[in-house]
Design a protein around this ligand. Structure first.
Ligand SMILES: Cc1cc2nc3c(=O)[nH]c(=O)nc-3n(C[C@H](O)[C@H](O)[C@H](O)COP(=O)(O)OP(=O)(O)OC[C@H]3O[C@@H](n4cnc5c(N)ncnc54)[C@H](O)[C@@H]3O)c2cc1C
Length: 310
């Protein structure tokens, strides 16, 4: 069973990678959709290749599924499954540990590779150590590092949709509000091009002023280092790294980013990495396909102008 992350209308793209991971086990695959008014979403999801069943819990109190309620649902039906998995995102990281606790099994997080026989390679220490783990649990509960698994298609599945009655809300926590960044840019997690800025940008105004023209001209999403977020230059939700979002775009441009392990963890699967830094010894250059030793305040506006002309 795969826990689907969605916004009520669309599945998060990484769900397709999680289904790809589930296929490795070779059994039937059920996709769990928890939400409110998700009939159409379930219908679309039923077309995903390789999915046998969509299990839908649709109720007003599940509009923003709270971790306790979601974990309660999954643990109730989870007894019937051999494997419960989800993409390694904030959403699932809040839910699956609770599921594992309720099912009284241990959980494995951030699986990079499934090698068979309930054995996994997972990332620890900000990706510096890869641990091989064998689980003897009767139900395997884990999250997967999405970029390491091939996404399945949406070409001609014909999954059965099963409506299930949601349990009453547990009311252990409540949904307050959601603050979304209104932007025409692609969402960070799915973007083909990401440009990330570091502490060196110096202020929120400069962060925006320097990075936005290049991002707009490239159709890119903007990311940030934790130092930039902590300094208040960028919102938390665009932090790339171990304690932020993990991205794997076609092109990642790191601007004034030192290349700390915790940042590298979040972008090292990018196909092409470009780094701009005025320190020729900056660690980020070790991870870059193309490096430019330059002052970002000169180089980035120049790049934005050149890109707009192509
Ligand atoms: C538990 C833990 C979790 C963490 N999680 C994350 C995480 O998820 N993501 C993350 O990013 N960090 C994370 N960090 C923080 C991480 O260790 C680094 O401190 C952080 O990534 C550094 O950010 P930075 O590169 O912006 O800043 P700095 O390290 O200060 O680097 C700034 C860089 O900009 C360059 N520079 C300065 N001026 C210019 C200029 N004018 N032109 C060009 N280059 C210039 C400098 O040479 C330097 O390389 C975590 C740390 C811990 C302990």
């Amino acid at each position: 069973m795969i826990l689907a992350e969605h916004d009520g209308k669309k599945l998060n793209n990484v769900v397709f990678n999680a289904i790809g991971a589930a296929e490795i086990f070779g059994g039937s695959i059920d996709l769990l959709i928890i939400g409110k008014g998700v009939d159409e979403l379930a219908r679309l999801a039923s077309k995903i290749d390789g999915v046998d069943k969509i299990i839908k819990f649709d109720a007003p109190h599940l509009e923003h599924p709270l971790a306790e309620d979601a974990a309660n649902i999954i643990s109730e039906i989870g007894q019937d499954y051999r494997v419960i998995l989800a993409p390694h995102t904030w959403f699932s990281r809040n839910i699956l540990p609770r599921v594992a606790a309720l099912l009284d099994v241990s959980m494995i997080s951030d699986v990079l590779k499934i090698t068979g026989d309930n054995t996994y390679i997972r990332s620890t220490y900000a990706g510096n150590v890869h641990a091989t783990i064998k689980s003897d649990e009767p139900i395997q509960v884990f999250t997967v590092h999405s970029s390491k698994f091939k996404a399945v298609g949406l070409n001609g599945g014909d999954a059965l949709i099963v409506d299930s009655k949601a349990p009453e809300p547990l009311n252990l926590s409540r949904w307050e509000k959601e603050r979304k960044i209104e932007s025409d840019r692609p969402p960070l997690i799915n973007a083909k091009v990401v440009i990330s800025g570091g502490r060196s940008l110096g202020s929120a105004e400069k962060f925006n002023e320097v990075l936005s023209p290049l991002a707009d001209n490239l159709g890119a999403a903007i990311g940030a280092t934790r130092a930039a977020v902590d300094a208040g230059y960028a919102p938390n939700e665009i932090q790339v790294g171990q304690t932020g979002v993990v991205v794997a775009p076609e092109l990642y441009i790191a601007i004034g980013v030192s290349g700390a392990n915790q940042h590298i963890y979040g972008m090292k699967d990018s196909r092409v990495v470009v780094a701009i830094n005025n320190d020729p010894d900056a660690t980020i250059f070790q991870f870059a396909d193309y490096g430019l030793v330059a002052d970002l305040f000169e180089a980035v506006p120049e790049m934005a102008t050149l890109v707009s002309k192509t």
